[in-house]
Ligand binder design. Structure first.
Ligand SMILES: Cc1cc2nc3c(=O)[nH]c(=O)nc-3n(C[C@H](O)[C@H](O)[C@H](O)COP(=O)(O)OP(=O)(O)OC[C@H]3O[C@@H](n4cnc5c(N)ncnc54)[C@H](O)[C@@H]3O)c2cc1C
Length: 311
């Protein structure tokens, strides 16, 4: 039996593993992939101390450190979680199962996709789902934002401070965002709303060069020449297999206190799967360290040094 199972090998889970391993807890990470969403960015330049690099390269460093400190890694999709007499049992989609005394849920959140041609091909090469992360790459360039809610509308406003032109493409006749934000859009000369329109195809060779959009009532198709396409249509979380154990909010995010404790003793959570604001790699990493330290404290009955800098 492991002391801790961490579900998810993104920034939150791998950081949690570094911390639990350095506390000599026998740690197993179960994950579909290694690196998570950070892998999707070709140019992460806001993770302090490393300089700009590909997200995959940064996550490989996280992985090397976690494994170097003794974490075990098993690839697979967790789809079952149950309480046992001594702790918890996690089942994987391939039928394997693993037991532990404490559990850290760090399995992230996936941006919703449009499912159109070019979207996957150009992900990280002009297509992005994160304005905060990638807007600076589009200085003085033309971009499209797809979506009509607050994140799309606020994203368009943020991009307009950097880009030359922003097309805000939405399938309805008005935006769903707060009125005050929509007013700002209407007053911003750099933003052109494209309403009643669906995106059909993202075009390009190696990088994004444009997007084809169809006007729903007229069926008229139009190509917009853009260097970037920001898909801001929300996120999907799948907390269904743990919802009988931990409380979730209306967005299905796992509710935690400010130390990563969930509503269930012995289960901790961190990163994008929780309601933590400003979903970012550095934030997920920080939250992962907190959840791991809290987990250590719980497993040792509150004994032992919690802060990690007295080695
Ligand atoms: C395109 C893009 C660009 C971004 N750019 C930046 C940037 O430049 N700077 C920045 O700071 N942030 C950026 N972000 C945000 C950042 O990537 C996330 O905030 C961060 O990855 C969250 O880390 P996490 O560990 O909480 O979750 P994730 O990165 O989502 O990792 C979750 C992990 O859990 C695994 N998993 C999921 N479900 C299961 C399951 N059922 N069983 C087992 N494993 C599972 C996944 O395979 C993955 O390894 C970007 C996000 C995207 C999508």
């Amino acid at each position: 039996m492991h002391d801790v199972i961490i579900i998810g090998a993104g920034a939150a889970g791998l950081t949690a593993a570094i911390y639990t391993c350095r506390k000599k807890l026998k740690t197993l990470i179960l994950s579909i992939d290694v690196g998570g969403q950070t892998n999707l960015t070709s140019h992460i330049e806001n993770y302090p101390g490393t300089g700009a690099m590909h997200g995959v390269e940064l996550m490989r460093k996280f992985q090397d450190e976690a494994i170097g400190f003794g974490a075990e890694l098993v690839m697979g999709k967790a789809n079952k979680a149950e309480k046992t007499e001594k702790g918890f049992k996690i089942g994987l989609a391939n039928g394997e199962s693993y037991e532990c005394k404490a559990l850290i849920l760090a399995y992230g959140k996936v941006p919703k996709s449009l499912g159109i041609e070019g979207e996957e091909k150009f992900m990280g090469r002009g297509v992005s789902t994160c304005v905060t992360c990638d807007a600076p790459l589009f200085k003085n360039r033309e971009v499209a934002v797809i979506g009509g809610g607050n994140s799309a509308v606020e994203g368009a406003l943020e991009l307009a401070t950097i880009a030359k032109k922003v097309y805000l493409i939405h399938r309805r006749d008005k935006f769903r965002a707060d009125e005050i934000t929509v007013e700002k859009i209407n007053k911003n000369p750099k933003i052109e709303p494209v309403l009643n329109s669906v995106s059909l195809k993202i075009n390009g060779d190696k990088n994004v060069e444009g997007i084809t959009v169809e006007n729903i009532p007229t069926k008229e198709k139009k190509d917009f020449k853009v260097d970037g396409v920001f898909i801001e249509i929300g996120y999907v979380v799948d907390t269904s297999f743990v919802q009988h154990l931990v409380k979730v909010n209306e967005k299905k995010e796992i509710i935690v206190d400010n130390r990563g404790n969930t509503s269930h003793p012995g289960i901790f959570s961190c990163g994008d799967i929780t309601p933590v604001p400003y979903k970012q790699t550095v934030i997920a990493a920080g939250e992962g360290s907190k959840a791991a330290l809290e987990c250590y404290k719980w497993l040792t009955g509150g004994k032992g040094a919690v802060i990690d800098w007295t080695h």
